[in-house]
Design a protein around this ligand. Structure first.
Ligand code: BJW
Ligand code: ZN
Length: 255
């Protein structure tokens, strides 16, 4: 591990541009369950069953119940040392960008007050899969802050749009839906020009996000992977830190 840690440090020290691509594993130590794997239990649902437009069409109440439950859980979660260490890295070095698949808002919180930074902070992430904290109208796309208290007893009690009265949904990207084109282009552009991509806490199974680290690699950059379990990216990593992100990132970035 020490050899890998030293190798990772050297890569970071010598890099001019760095991107960090994060997934659910970076929030595991904050108490947010991951989607897949042994620790991956979202109230015993698989994301493919609930994070789809089809599931929402079939049962908006069930899908809203899942999201309300997750919003409530997040009220008790805070950024952990991994979010804070990354925010510090991005704040200190303007050539560092954070690209996350997470919708939990913990990177954003670490980049603001909770990390001790003023707004607007350079440590703000690109949130590829949206934000669980916002609602979006299923008809007119109008957005508004979401609540954790959702009455799921009937269709009528679910949140509705102030502008057009249609049903609201969480402002996240479900399977089969396109990611925001501008954010995706930004992510690929940053990955292309990065010397190092830090891939943290993702199973790298979900596309197109999984292609972002490969873009760095295809353009001559190196990968550092932080994950207690191997992924399809592991064979390409120049350094692999097989440890929880909170423990290892603070060692990698602070000292
Ligand atoms: C730790 C740790 C610790 C634990 N420290 N690590 C190409 C090939 C195959 C399929 C496709 C393809 N292109 C598109 C697809 C289809 C699909 C897809 O990828 N399917 C695959 C599952 C096969 N992709 C899509 O549908 C995407 N849309 C799309 O492509 O649209 C095309 C289109 C174009 C134009 C018009 C219309 C359409 C959309 C994908 C959206 C994904 N959404 C979700 C839900 C978001 C909302 C919500 O949260 O409710 O995003 S699914 C879920 O998976 C969530 C996550 O962001 C995403 C990734 O998961 P992640 O972060 O990797 O978590 P886990 O749980 O998988 O892994 C955790 C890891 O952490 C593990 O490795 C652990 O070991 C590790 N770990 N503790 C460090 N302490
Ligand atoms: Zn509307």
């Amino acid at each position: 591990m020490n050899v890998e840690l030293e190798a990772a440090r050297e890569l970071l020290d010598n890099a001019r541009r760095i991107v960090a691509v994060t997934g659910a594993g970076i929030s595991a130590e904050s108490g947010v369950p991951t989607f897949r794997g042994p620790e991956g239990v979202w109230k015993s649902y698989r994301p493919e069953e609930l994070a789809t437009p089809k599931a929402f069409g079939r049962s908006p109440q069930l899908v809203w119940e899942w999201y309300a439950w997750r919003r409530k859980l997040l009220e008790h979660c805070s950024p952990n040392p991994a979010h804070l260490a990354l925010a510090r890295l991005a704040y200190d070095h303007l050539k560092v960008a954070i690209i996350t698949q997470n919708v939990d808002g913990l990177h954003t919180r670490a980049a603001g007050d909770e990390g001790g930074y003023a707004d607007p902070s350079p440590a703000l992430p690109i949130e590829l899969h949206g934000s669980i904290a916002r609602d979006r109208c299923s008809a007119c796309d109008s957005r508004q802050p979401g609540s954790a208290t959702i009455d799921v007893t009937s269709l009528g009690t679910l949140p509705h749009c102030d502008r057009c009265s249609a049903l609201m949904r969480p402002d996240v990207v479900w399977f089969g839906e396109a990611l925001d084109r501008v954010l995706l282009d930004q992510a690929f552009h940053l990955a292309k020009s990065a010397d190092v991509c830090l891939v943290i806490g993702t199973s790298a199974l979900v596309h197109p996000a999984a292609l972002v680290p490969l873009t760095t690699l295809d353009n001559g950059g190196k990968l550092i992977e932080i994950n207690p379990h191997k992924t399809s990216l592991s064979p390409y990593a120049s350094a692999r830190l097989s440890a929880p992100a909170g423990t290892i990132l603070s060692k990698l970035i602070h000292s």
